[in-house]
Design a protein around this ligand. Structure first.
Ligand SMILES: [Zn+2]
Length: 107
């Protein structure tokens, strides 16, 4: 087998799973690099959600974004989930995701 890939390894290996998402979100970027999209979405909406979540995966990979049960961390700053309007386009990590993708209804 003479199959070889050369660096940079920028192939798009992001696995996307269509599933039921517990908290009612339409899409989710996971810390392990996978993306979940809601099984309730129309196929044409799925693509823009995946693009959006890919931005979050990129933010996680480059170390700007992290999260746990309690809070979201952006560039070292803690945003407690209780006080946050999750998915709001005004949040810094969402702002970037919305800027880099096509417009669609708030997620
Ligand atoms: Zn988002």
């Amino acid at each position: 087998m003479a199959f070889k890939i050369n660096p940079p390894y920028d192939l798009d290996w992001t696995p996307v799973y269509t599933t039921k998402i517990e908290d009612g979100a339409l899409g989710k970027g996971n810390k392990n690099g996978t993306i979940l999209v809601s099984d309730e979405l129309h196929p044409e909406d799925k693509e823009s959600i995946v693009e959006h979540e890919k931005v979050h995966i990129d933010q996680i990979k480059r170390g700007d974004l992290d999260y746990d049960e309690e809070a979201v961390y952006w560039k070292g700053k803690k945003y407690p989930r209780g006080k946050m309007d999750e998915g709001s386009p005004t949040l810094p990590w969402e702002k970037e995701a919305y800027n880099k993708t096509d417009d669609y209804e708030s997620l």
